[in-house]
Each structure stands twice: as structure tokens, then as C-alpha cells.
Design a protein around this ligand. Structure first.
Ligand code: NDP
Ligand code: HSE
Length: 402
């Protein structure tokens, strides 16, 4: 019998408990032994809850209990989660977590600590909610030379963009719905400003490179500047607007970024809607493989945490290798990446825009959008675009084309 403690009885933590209850037989069969919840750590009490008697408020009760094999950290944030996880690993307890903020900041150190103490540190739920993408990179794709990962990595923003596009609903209203559904981070700025997707692409690119990609080095734009008008133009261009995280190998190593992109409808990523995420991985032999599923929410995310609990239980007494070393990865700047850009300026700036971006621009007419001039640039480098857009004042917005 494996005994588990869950730290943080919120959206994900309560989901983990529910999966362990509901699928107890399946979990036991898969793990090779029964998996039993012993403790729940939270700040609050949960009177009337089925597991009320298992709630504790002192982490040391869990850390000092030799029966506890696995700790699921679903509290979120850096501290005290980091200290709790470190102490658990030092005490010889394996840890699994959905906490991408912590994994992106300290993942390699925690993996190394787990190795030193012959236990495991797994974090499947930290990227793509319920999608088993990290396990696939760590296992089925281990023999591939992965040269690109591109994904819709944030459920909240994809839900917001989908609702804005399909129902014309304003940003703030949809964000509130995403929060009510338990998709959004405690501070939803992490979702809408792209920070959450940034941490997830940092984790993915760390696994791709085997080094530590510092999320602070990743160029990041969120979706707060995307307007209802942008969708009107996107429809005219047969494209969808999606927040993408990407990591691509190039001659100088690799570059990684997070930003909204206009994607042609024939690309499968354009058809990933609502809270769903999708991650395209390109391997040198495999070509493209795409992972798709619910990227946020209680049960989907909890299912991924429980998958780690099972893996850990199956490998009791062994450390599960994770390809994430402490050595810092060198990222090359995005400056040389070449693409087209969609730009909107006030109508009276049309001549200026044509002068700055040249005659090869393609003018786009939006449906029911008036008083502005919109166009798609020729293929130019990020650096070139940055230099030219600075010369245009009153830019209403721009979006990269994928
Ligand atoms: P919630 O805020 O719903 O849950 C966190 C829980 O942890 C709360 O019950 C909170 O208590 C408790 N908690 C906070 N600090 C402590 C502490 N020091 N000691 C004990 N308990 C504590 O967050 P989520 O479940 O949504 O997210 C948890 C983690 O999972 C985050 O890292 C998040 O990024 C990640 N994640 C979330 C997903 C989702 O869809 N929600 C999906 C994938 C990952 P209180 O409320 O009283 O503060
Ligand atoms: N807030 C995150 C999202 C939760 O919306 O994708 C899942 O990591």
C-alpha cells in the first residue's frame, strides 16, 4: 500500500483526492498496489467534507510520518511550496506537482535533490493540464532529436480568445467565466500577460535541451492587447488568433518566445478551442506529433497528478530520470526569426505605413471596422519589424503571422 499526502486542497488538490477516491481500483491496478490518501495539508478546515478528519495544518506531521511515500504539492506559488518540496525529498519522499511556477524556477535543483535521495520528482500536470506530454517527451520520444515545440499552453487565454471570436464577448466578462470554472491562476495576470505560458514553454524547452531554460530570458507577450476588431480581420484572412509558446532550434542554439499569432485555419492549432491545449513536437525522425486535451480545470489536471503518483509507486525505491540539468541554456535572440506581421493604424496613417513598410504590404479590409488601415507586411525579421514599427506612431495593434 502506498500512502499519499496532498498539499493544498483547492481546485487541483481536491481533484487529486477525487480521482484517488473515484478510480481507486484502476489506480491500484496500474500502480501495482493500493494508493491511499493519508493527509491533506491546507490552511483551512473543511467541515462536512468526506476527508475532514485527514486535514492537517502542520507540514511536519507529513514529513515526519515514515508511512508517507508520495507528496502531491498542489498549493502553487514559490514559498512555502519550495521549502516543503525540498524537505520532503530530503526525507526520502517522492514529490509530484502541478506547480509550474516552482518547476520553471527550481525544477533542475529539485530533480537533482530527488536523484541524491533516490526518490522521484515529477511534474506532468505543470504543462498542458491533463495532457500526458511530459511523460511522452521523457519516455516515448527520448530517442528523438526534438528540434521544435509549439503549443497552445494556457487554457484560460484560449478560452477567452475563443469566446471573443465565436461569441463577440468582451475580455473582462470571459475572464470572470474562466475564473469561475477554476481555469485561471490565483492572479489571472499570469494567464493573460502570458507569464503562465512562458513558464510552460520554459519547462518544455528545458526538457528538450536537457538544460535549464530560465523563463525570465523568454520574450513574452500576452493577449491583453487583442481586441474584437482583430477577430474581424482574422476571419477575413481565414485565420484564428491563438497565444502560442514556441521553442525552435536554429544555427545559434535555439530561441523561445510567447506571443499571440494569426494561424491559418488549415493548421490544426487554429482549431484548438476553449480550455483545450495542443502541443506540436517535431522530432528529427518522427516529424510532427501533436498532443491535445484539456489544459486546465480540476479533474483533468488532477488526473495528470495521479499519473505521476502511479509512476512513482511503480518505481518505489528507484529514481525516475528526468532530462533537466542545472546548467543554464543559452537562448539566441528572436531577432533573426522571419515572418509577416498584421498591423492596424488609424486611416490617416495609411501613407506613412506604406512608406515605412514598402509596397509589398497586403491591405486587409475588416468586417464592420471603420476609420483604420490594416495590412500584412512582407516577410521580415523580428528586428527589422521592431525598427520599422517604432517609426509609426498611433499603432492600434499588431499580431505575428504563423
Ligand atoms: P487553488 O488556489 O484553488 O488551491 C490552492 C490551495 O492550496 C488552496 O486551498 C490554498 O488555501 C492552499 N494553500 C495555499 N498556501 C498554503 C499553505 N502554505 N499551506 C497549506 N495550504 C495552502 O489553486 P489551484 O488548485 O488552481 O492551483 C494549484 C497549483 O496547480 C498552482 O500551481 C497552479 O498553477 C497549478 N495548476 C492549476 C490548474 C488549474 O486548472 N487550476 C491546472 C494546472 C496547474 P487557501 O485557499 O486558504 O489560500
Ligand atoms: N491557469 C492555467 C491555464 C492552469 O489556464 O492554463 C493550467 O496550467
Amino acid at each position: 500500500m502506498a500512502k499519499v499526502a496532498v498539499l493544498g486542497y483547492g481546485t487541483v488538490g481536491s481533484g487529486v483526492v477525487e480521482v484517488l477516491d473515484t478510480n481507486a481500483q484502476e489506480v491500484a491496478k496500474s500502480a501495482g498496489e493500493a494508493v491511499e490518501l493519508k493527509y491533506i495539508l491546507d490552511l483551512r478546515d473543511f467541515p462536512g467534507d468526506k476527508h475532514e478528519s485527514q486535514v492537517v495544518h502542520d507540514i511536519n506531521i507529513i514529513l515526519e510520518d515514515p508511512e508517507i511515500d508520495v507528496i502531491c504539492e498542489t498549493m502553487g506559488g514559490i514559498e512555502p511550496a519550495f521549502t516543503f518540496e525540498k524537505n520532503a525529498l530530503i526525507k526520502g519522499k517522492s514529490v509530484c506537482t502541478s506547480n509550474k511556477e516552482l518547476v520553471a524556477a527550481h525544477g533542475p535543483e529539485l530533480v537533482e535533490l530527488a536523484k541524491q535521495h533516490n526518490v522521484s520528482y515529477l511534474f506532468e500536470a505543470s504543462v498542458g493540464g491533463g495532457i500526458p506530454v511530459l511523460r511522452s517527451i521523457n519516455d516515448s520520444l527520448k530517442h528523438e532529436k526534438i528540434d521544435a515545440i509549439t503549443g497552445i499552453l494556457n487554457g484560460t487565454t484560449n478560452y477567452i480568445l475563443t469566446k471573443m471570436d465565436k461569441e463577440g464577448v468582451g475580455f473582462a466578462t470571459v475572464l470572470k467565466k474562466a475564473q469561475d470554472k477554476g481555469y485561471a491562476e490565483r492572479n489571472p495576470e499570469a494567464d493573460v500577460e502570458g507569464y503562465d505560458a512562458c513558464r510552460k514553454i520554459a519547462i518544455l524547452s528545458s526538457l528538450m535541451s536537457g538544460k535549464h531554460v530560465n523563463y525570465e530570458d523568454i520574450y513574452t507577450e500576452g493577449i491583453t492587447k487583442i481586441s474584437i476588431e482583430d477577430f474581424s480581420y482574422a476571419r477575413k484572412m481565414n485565420m484564428a488568433i491563438k497565444l502560442l509558446g514556441m521553442c525552435k532550434k536554429n544555427q545559434n542554439g535555439f530561441f523561445t518566445m510567447v506571443a499571440p499569432f494569426l494561424i491559418p485555419l488549415e493548421n490544426p492549432l487554429a482549431n484548438v478551442n476553449g480550455v483545450f491545449n495542443a502541443i506540436d513536437i517535431h522530432g528529427n525522425m518522427l516529424g510532427d506529433v501533436m498532443f491535445y486535451g484539456k489544459g486546465a480545470g480540476k479533474n483533468a489536471t488532477a488526473s495528470a497528478v495521479v499519473a505521476d503518483v502511479i509512476d512513482i509507486t511503480k518505481h518505489k525505491g528507484h529514481h525516475i530520470e528526468v532530462n533537466m540539468k542545472a546548467e543554464n541554456a543559452q537562448l539566441s535572440p528572436k531577432d533573426n526569426a522571419v515572418r509577416s506581421f498584421f498591423v492596424r493604424v488609424p486611416e490617416n496613417k495609411a501613407d506613412e505605413a506604406k512608406e515605412i513598410f514598402g509596397s509589398k504590404i497586403e491591405v486587409i479590409e475588416g468586417e464592420n471596422v471603420h476609420g483604420e488601415f490594416a495590412f500584412v507586411t512582407d516577410m521580415i525579421s523580428e528586428k527589422d519589424f521592431e525598427d520599422r514599427i517604432k517609426k509609426l506612431d498611433s499603432v492600434k495593434g499588431y499580431i505575428r503571422l504563423y
